[in-house]
Design a protein around this ligand. Structure first.
Ligand SMILES: C[S@@+](CC[C@H](N)C(=O)[O-])C[C@H]1O[C@@H](n2cnc3c(N)ncnc32)[C@H](O)[C@@H]1O
Length: 253
């Protein structure tokens, strides 16, 4: 079920961590919800454990699930002896025989699912594993028309310093399919200091864009009640000019 045009950016987990940077859990709604919860937690699309590991370090009982075995192997190495359960599986089709008090995504994991049937398969799995009074927290990007462009010529995006201390320049192209609501990017890495490869392998990524009313309908018709919405992990409200949509849900009765 893996869609490779969606997964190329996860082929180098150590680089993923460097480019993504660390995550600060303090003062986030995720930590606040976890502190209000008693029972096991499940992160869907946990990747290299950037969120899973800080939760386990604080003593939470947490499981991380991801489809990419390389990302999980890197997470496991970083987590050392922390008692985290790592599961290599697909968010659209997993069966863990546990009911979780808190299930969450961090990092637009849901947008990797490009069709409604995939989205609904994941939501059905979440419902099956969510404890009766459990909470489900899901984040997705909040995109504007400026991110729905076709930019076929490479543009400079950002730069970072890699694990060997070398500057890496990142550029890319965009294509937005207005009918499917899918954003396709191709990312290129360039090392200006030259005795190493000058160009990395191009990486493709496809993400489904989802608008707020569409997301609320998806959640409602797949059995969830939205308890609250936020525009960032600090708990600021969802507003028309935000960059993130975060929904805290429970079972709809
Ligand atoms: C942007 S990363 C976020 C990783 C992590 N939550 C973080 O914040 O660093 C998205 C993750 O979702 C995972 N993913 C995408 N589709 C998936 C699927 N169908 N089932 C499980 N994991 C998936 C990818 O392998 C990747 O690790």
């Amino acid at each position: 079920m893996k869609d490779d045009s969606n997964m190329e950016m996860y082929a180098d987990p150590a680089n993923y961590d460097i480019e993504s940077g660390p995550i600060e859990l303090d003062n986030t709604i995720l930590l606040e919800l976890a502190l209000q919860t008693s029972g096991p937690m499940l992160e869907l699309g946990c990747g290299t454990g950037r969120v899973t590991i800080p939760f386990a370090e604080r003593g939470f009982d947490i499981t991380g699930l991801d489809i990419e075995s390389g990302m999980l192997a890197h997470a496991q190495t970083k987590a050392k002896a922390l008692p985290i359960k790592w599961i290599c599986d697909d968010t659209r089709n997993f069966n863990l025989e546990t009911q979780y008090a808190l299930i969450f995504t961090y990092g637009s994991v849901f947008q990797h699912l490009l069709s409604r049937s995939d989205q609904e398969a994941m939501l059905a799995c979440v419902r099956k594993h969510l404890a009766e009074d459990g909470k489900f927290v899901i984040d997705i990007g909040f995109k504007r028309p400026t991110s729905m462009m076709n930019v076929p010529e490479k543009q400079a995006w950002y730069s970072f310093v890699d694990g060997k201390g070398r500057e890496v320049q990142v550029s890319g192209t965009d294509h937005y399919d207005h009918l499917q609501q899918i954003w396709y990017q191709t990312l290129y890495r360039h090392w200006p200091e030259a005795d190493e490869p000058k160009e990395g392998q191009p990486e493709r990524l496809a993400l489904r864009y989802i608008m707020p009313q569409e997301m609320e309908s998806l959640l409602y018709y797949n059995g969830f009640t939205v308890l609250s919405r936020y525009g960032d992990w600090r708990g600021n409200p969802l507003t028309a000019d935000g960059y993130l949509q975060i929904y805290v849900c429970t079972h709809r009765r």
